[in-house]
Write a protein that binds this ligand. Sequence first.
Ligand SMILES: [Zn+2]
Length: 193
Amino acid sequence: MTVRLTRREKDAIRSSPCGRCGAVPPFADGSRCHPHRVRPELGYVAGNVVPRCPPCHAAEPGHHPWIKAARKGGRRSYELHPENVRALNARLTPAQRSAIGRRVHELHPDLARENGRRSQALHPENVRALNAKLTPMQRSAIGRKGGLALNARLTPAERSARGRKASRAITSAQRSANARKGWAAHRARRVAA
Ligand SMILES: [Zn+2]
């Protein structure tokens, strides 16, 4: 059973003493503890989040404080000299570019959604053009991935409420086509097993 922590629960963790060195927030610079995911892939769910003071958090594997600093610095220099950042980007190989993107996505999974929403708001025509360039297979693979990621974050009750809503939004012909498809996939899995 995975229940995502509420804002209040995360806040309580921020005010708790560091689980590693015992330092009690608030610290000299006014900062507090960070909620640290013991297993990052499980997310901010009950039992997986512990308080870490900033230095201890930076020392946890997979948490490089320079990534945060680089992001801040990167944003700032992009605001000041967008042409330099573009030139730097142009020097990277596609593999390097996607490795950086993957790493950022691992650390900030919600950023992609935020950025996507932002670019949709700023340049809807670009997003439509990009979408038009994708094959139907690519489009549905992206949708599936987004749907699975969203599902993983929902509680079972939220999930079934979404399912009910989606089911009301389609025609009965679509519903029975979907059921047939689901059943065929289920049978295929059973045969494979
Ligand atoms: Zn500490």
